[in-house]
Design a protein around this ligand. Sequence first.
Ligand SMILES: *Cc1c(COP(=O)(O)O)cnc(C)c1O
Length: 228
Amino acid sequence: MATIADNLQDVHRRIAAACARAGRPVQGVTLLAVGKTFPADTVRAAFDAGLRSFGENHVQEAIAKVAALADLRERVQWHLIGPLQSNKTRVVAESFDWVHSVDRLKIAQRLSDLRPAGLPPLQLCLQVNISGETSKSGLAVGEVLEVARAVAALPRVRLRGLMAVPAPTGDLALQRVPHARLRELLTGLQRDGLDVDTLSMGMTADLEAAIAEGATIVRVGTAIFGAR
Ligand SMILES: *Cc1c(COP(=O)(O)O)cnc(C)c1O
């Protein structure tokens, strides 16, 4: 059975090859290890293999893992990448370093209000429904600029950029289309004067396409931890 260290070597190879093809430095792409459904001990094994950025989808599950791995807290970054309800904003503001899944201004305002004064600003990305799927969470493309301006003005959070989970397709050329659209949206925010630098896009199945289009954070679960 492949170990996390073996899997990680493969993922690093994929990222390096994609960066080389795109003429980008590998340091420009952060690997976020998505440990959802896997126990805290498995995430600890990923830490031992060298990973420092961890993504979780479910708030409750994440909080339990942050607690179980409290001894690592100063050395790792916890990212929430899944849905966030208003009633969970306090615990998220207190426990995480990043939230990628902000899909309305109200949530960002609450996170800013509830971010403890002793912690650095919470780093935020706006989630965009980039493929325009009716069932998907995320801001509509046309809403992004206005919400981004408002979030950027909040005191205890820092708007870093955009995140998306495009509709899946196996074809590399087709995978690039929504990623390119998200990149263009980020460029639009930059042209508007917003200080944003992050494109959180690309998962196990499409990280090459995402890197080709400028991803700065790829969120990878299956290729590191195995099938869920
Ligand atoms: C689960 C998840 C991932 C990782 O997916 P894999 O296909 O296992 O790499 C990335 N982003 C989000 C938002 C997820 O929920």
